[in-house]
Design a protein around this ligand. Sequence first.
Ligand SMILES: *Cc1c(COP(=O)(O)O)cnc(C)c1O
Length: 356
Amino acid sequence: MKKHNFYAGPSVLSQYTIDHTIEGIKNFDGTGLSVLEISHRSKEFVACMEQTVALFKELLDVPSGYQVLFLGGGASLQFAMVPMNLLVSKAAYLITGSWASKACKEAKIIGDVVEVASSKDKNFNYIPKNFTVPADVDYLHVTTNNTIFGTELKKDLDVPVLMAADMSSDIFSRPVDVSKYAVIYGGAQKNLGPAGLAFVVIKEDLLGRVTRPLPTMLDYRAHIENGSMFNTPPCFAVYSSLQTLKWYKEQGGIKAIQKKNVEKARLLYDEIDRNKMFVSTVSDAEDRSLMNVCFVMAEEYKDLENDFLDFAKQKGLIGLKGHRSVGGFRASLYNALLKESVELLVNTMKEFELKN
Ligand SMILES: *Cc1c(COP(=O)(O)O)cnc(C)c1O
């Protein structure tokens, strides 16, 4: 039976990514070697890294003055690297979920931090509005998509300072005005490729302003100078991510992908709002994530939650269990998830309603 992958991360990859990754494992770029065993210093792998950086810049429309890096350590290491490299006097953080809180916690280890607003009072089921960002901070940190709570900042904020953004779970889902950001980073395992890789888009002229000593591996400049090859990069994850980027380009780029994402999310939110058995955990439509749709069973059907998960599983719908801090269900509709998977989920919800 065909499986439909709604996991939050690692998560669904396009068939194109899977097929071309398999090819590279067997015979990388006609070398007769596997991408798993070839030297990262070989001219073929150096070319692969360069192509990945170039395509990433092209698709995200990264302006000059920014560098794109591929590093180990996931998004979580960036929670520390961002303040280490960019926090000179003070940084501001917008607290919209668990990942934002974790990023803020790391920054507090490094320097002075102001929390400009938080939605913790309502278990992060909305995005705070009308907060003030002090004009003298080095950056405002935002988590553009809150993977666990299903809220999303779908537009680049207008604030008086550059932003630092964790875009782990919505990178390449919408066009971004990169010039508003000091840094954009994230783990690859949601909208790009396999786990083990983080992407970093960094405004180069902001580096070198901090006076604290930085271990070489934690200094963005060391990675810039060495083209993301200061040490051995996660070669396989880079190669596989390149396949996704090629697929994005084939799909018509980010705008075309965004259009599909809007359609997919609308299908599901419309059904949640219509179906008497389900309730969205995010009531303000403006804040609803297009990537992670969180919903629960209506009060009178609460005891049927596991039944629905089982029923969905029988249809090949996998990974719908909500995060433990929200409960209920979470359907992750990343770029690579096909519309037919959302349609099957919607039909399954309808069928479940009729059955009960
Ligand atoms: C998954 C996720 C992370 C954690 O990424 P790691 O690569 O596991 O460190 C951080 N932020 C957001 C928004 C995420 O979705």
